[in-house]
Write a protein that binds this ligand. Structure first.
Ligand code: UDX
Ligand code: UDX
Length: 478
């Protein structure tokens, strides 16, 4: 079976870039990305490519080449499903907020809704591909829904048939296009060879055959959770060592280099920082924890849960030490937060460490000037659940300053953010923060002034030469 028409449900950080690359690489395949969110689809169709809803380096060029040719963005979900011989489900699966498994299990209501919509609108034979990260054995639920719907839609039509595949996405935000164009591997889990071959045929147009791994459905689903759990575990491991370094005079970067050169350990994902964020790591681990408990494996559940605990602790540890160094109080003090996205090169703030750290500092009554090159003020406001204040142009005070309540506002530049500040916190490793003119910034701050570099991107010598007191994550020499 050769795939000619693909429909992808969900035009988010995963669905959008993935489909754009498939369309770019497979000229014979018509790809339609659908979403319930009309605004989002309108943004994907915007003639101004700088306004795509997802910021990813290189994405605009790919969309520019393929859009209108064989890449389409639409809100006609039923129409796109009816036309497609393969439907990707790429909708969000957040952690459940309430009910059974609240705080750990994934909320599958949107995935189920997608399966029901496919059941309603598909024609002929349709291969349904799970792209969203899902708990193990979700494919079974999808298949049951689809199997209940095999009757023909109209009299005289052939019965409708379905196959289900798992094809987890391993792209990381910020490098999505590169990860999609040259993946380490593509994983396809399924039960029947012809469906697996059909999807392998799509990827095979640009991915070398030996990088396309085939497994059964359950292995594929579990591999995605496990891959993310292992990656997150490395970050919690190195962050735990960072705390020890700070107390013993060691430097976590030296330790990371020393252990990373052991080929069995490898150098990647050993960067200590303010803890991991992003839509996947915490959610997937909690999912794994829930599954382990469900299957009667409490020790295994506790083991993975500790990775998340350590991460939360690291974030609170940083906000606590900022308060401690600033003489035990930040009430009414101005702090510049540089970086709000969960990592560089994305406008995504889901689970960003900056949210928890900023929140802690607001609780303490701090006045935060937040700068991020890509995150919009409205997003920060939603994340902090607090509206921005307008600081007085002369005094830099907000209505809340005198009452001791925490306040924040978005700064248009780093210079604006640090003006009059007691401290600078670097929370995202944006390239522009690596080359800041610390002498100039220092002159704009109130003395004594601190730099808390949670990403270790600033040049320590320049910061100190500018008369600033520096704290760097994992640096025991300070
Ligand atoms: C999401 C999940 O977070 C991740 O676990 C999974 O692997 C892939 O899907 P992402 O693409 O980053 O990742 O999510 P998001 O940017 O929220 O996009 C999901 C899109 O689906 C949204 O645009 C939403 O409007 C859309 N959606 C959701 C539908 O079109 N229909 C629905 O029923 C639900
Ligand atoms: C991750 C996985 O890498 C990807 O395969 C999966 O499909 C989705 O989840 P993503 O969340 O986009 O991707 O970004 P990633 O680069 O993995 O970073 C996650 C978090 O870990 C970020 O907050 C990042 O700053 C942090 N991180 C990463 C570190 O703190 N140190 C490191 O060494 C690496």
């Amino acid at each position: 079976m050769t795939i000619q028409r693909i429909c992808c449900m969900g035009a988010g950080y995963v669905g959008g870039p993935t489909m754009a690359v498939i369309a770019d690489r497979c000229l014979d395949v018509q790809v339609t990305v659908v979403d319930l969110n009309e605004q989002r689809i309108a943004a994907w169709n915007d003639a101004d490519l700088s306004r795509l809803p997802v910021y990813e380096p290189g994405l605009d060029a790919v969309v520019d080449r393929a859009r209108g040719r064989n890449l389409h963005f639409s809100t006609d979900v039923d129409g796109a499903i009816a036309d497609a011989d393969m439907v990707f489900i790429s909708v969000n699966t957040p952690t459940k907020a309430r009910g059974l498994g609240a705080g750990q299990a994934s909320d599958l209501r949107w995935v189920e809704a997608c399966a029901r919509q496919v059941a309603k609108s598909a024609r002929g034979h349709t291969i349904v591909v799970e792209k969203s990260t899902l708990p193990v054995r979700t494919a079974e639920a999808i298949r049951t829904i689809l199997e209940a719907a095999q009757a023909p839609l109209a009299e005289g039509e052939a019965p409708r048939t379905f196959a289900v595949l798992s094809n987890p996405e391993f792209l990381a935000e910020g490098t999505a296009i590169r990860d999609l164009e040259t993946p380490d591997r593509v994983l396809i889990g399924g039960e029947d060879d012809s469906s697996i071959d059909a999807l392998a045929g799509v990827y095979g147009q640009w991915v070398p055959g030996e990088r396309i791994l085939r497994t059964n459905l359950w292995s594929s689903e579990l591999s995605k959770l496990t891959a993310n759990a292992f990656l997150a575990q490395r970050i919690s491991s190195i962050n735990s060592v960072a705390a020890l370094c700070e107390n013993t005079g060691a430097d976590v970067r030296e330790v990371a280099r020393a252990i990373g050169t052991d080929s069995r350990i490898g150098p990647k994902f050993l960067q200590s920082g303010p803890g991991f964020g992003g839509s996947c790591f915490q959610k997937d681990i909690l999912n794994l924890v829930y599954l382990c408990r469900h299957f009667g494996l409490p020790e295994v559940a506790d083991y993975w849960e500790s990775v998340v605990h350590l991460n939360t602790w690291q974030q609170h540890r940083i906000s606590r030490l900022v308060v401690q160094r600033l003489f035990g109080t930040v009430t009414g003090k101005r702090l510049a937060i540089l970086g709000f996205a969960f990592k560089a090169d994305t406008n995504d703030t889901r689970e960003a460490p900056a949210i928890r750290i900023a929140h802690d500092l607001l609780e303490e009554g701090a006045q935060l000037a937040i700068h991020d090159p890509k995150v919009e003020s409205a997003q920060i406001s939603r994340d902090l659940r607090q509206d921005a204040e307008v600081p007085d142009a002369g005094t830099g005070m907000t209505a809340k300053t005198l009452s001791g309540q925490g306040a924040w506002w978005a700064a248009g530049s780093v210079e604006q953010a640090v003006a009059g500040a007691d401290a600078v916190l670097i929370l995202t490793e944006w390239t522009q923060y690596r080359t800041l003119d610390w002498k100039d910034l220092s002159a704009r701050m109130r003395r004594p002034a601190w730099v808390f570099d949670a990403r270790a991107v600033a040049d320590p010598n320049q910061v100190r030469a500018a008369g600033l007191t520096l704290w760097r994550v994992g640096d025991g020499a300070q």
